[in-house]
Design a binder for this molecule. Structure first.
Ligand code: DOR
Ligand code: ZN
Length: 337
């Protein structure tokens, strides 16, 4: 196979930031993706429908023609009525659960899921999906176990309690997560990033510490990477594309206490294509990238097509003050002109 034509893909999990960073990164996402689920963890989080409307306008200005799908950031004091009216009015596509202090700009996140149970019940009733950063934050839990423990302690009981709530377990990183999603009912799905498909935790320390591969949830053992590859290429509609592209300026990555996030937006589809090609599963890329996400979110698939072709994509070392995923490497697929 030397070319592959698929429906135009969407990115079901991306950080577009704000201000100058938004202007710098949004065109990369818009080059490849028709739509994207935009994360709400700005410095001032997008906690209300009104904030989501204003943020959507700033994104539209940065990337004309691209469709941002907005999310609201859940807090202990989220107003369920505002969320539901935001969904009904077509502003909000989902709401995001960040456990407080789990990751970047999550200090205002939820301190205890019990506090938002009425909000989650309202979301279930309204058909508004819940997006989950699935990591516990307890200091006594090893960082490599935080996702698996979250599934046991928080997610599994939630699914039992509210089986009608549609849930996306975001950026899964473990065999436990892939198995949980596979075994759950049809209302539970997951996104998978390119970096978790390409790398195990060894890559974080290959020849020295590699801050540009530090993200949360952190890269795991090889056995988990293989489970993610199997899930992504299985053809199961429960797994779909979500880059979790999370740009941070180089001086905040290469620092004594560096920020978490991999900036993979520039060549995300080429990066996924490399994985699917290695797994001899190019025939399943369209489902993962362009069909399963719309089906879960109950949105139409994109009518436009894009052709990928075998060929050299050279990934630059830098875009301004951002270091992209695969910096300095070449990828074996590219988007045909
Ligand atoms: O690595 C990450 N970066 N994980 C997250 O959950 C948030 C993201 C960010 O916003 O930088
Ligand atoms: Zn994210």
């Amino acid at each position: 196979m030397t070319t592959l034509t698929i429906r135009r893909p969407d990115d079901w999990h991306v950080h577009l930031r704000d201000g100058a960073m938004l202007a710098a990164v949004a065109p990369f996402t818009a080059r490849q993706f028709a739509r994207a689920i935009v994360m709400p963890n700005l410095k001032t989080p997008v906690t209300t429908t009104a904030l989501a409307v204003a943020y959507r306008e700033r994104i539209a200005a940065a990337a004309p023609g691209f469709t941002p799908l907005m999310t609201a950031y859940l807090t202990d004091t989220t107003d369920a009525a505002d969320l539901i009216s935001g969904a009904t009015d077509g502003v909000l596509t989902a709401a995001k659960l960040y456990p407080a202090n789990a990751t970047t700009n999550s200090a205002a996140g939820v301190t205890d899921i019990a506090r938002i149970m009425p909000v989650l019940e309202a979301m279930a009733g309204a058909g508004l999906p819940l997006l989950v950063h699935g990591e516990v934050t307890a200091g006594d839990i090893d960082i490599f176990d935080r996702e698996a423990v979250f599934i046991d302690r928080i997610l599994s009981p939630l699914v039992t309690r509210l089986p009608e709530l549609r849930i996306v377990l975001e950026h899964i990183t473990t065999r436990e997560a892939a198995d949980f999603v596979t075994d759950a009912g049809p209302n539970v799905a997951a996104t998978i990033t390119p970096h978790h498909l390409h790398h195990s935790r060894n890559a974080l320390f290959a020849g020295g510490i590699r801050p540009h591969l530090y993200c949360l949830p952190i890269l795991k053992r090889e056995t988990h990477r293989l489970a993610l590859r199997a899930a992504a290429t299985s053809g199961s509609a429960k797994f779909f594309l979500g880059t979790d592209s999370a740009p941070h300026a180089v001086d905040t990555k290469e620092a004594a206490c560096g920020c978490a996030g991999v900036f993979n937006a520039p060549f995300a589809i080429e990066s996924y294509a490399a994985v699917f090609d290695e797994e001899a599963a190019m025939d399943r890329l369209e489902g993962f990238a362009s069909l399963h996400g719309p089906a879960f979110y109950r949105l139409p698939v994109n009518e436009a097509r894009v052709t990928l072709e075998r060929g050299v994509t050279v990934v630059p070392e830098r875009f301004g003050d951002l270091v992209p995923f695969h910096a300095g490497e070449t990828l074996g697929w590219r988007i045909a002109a």
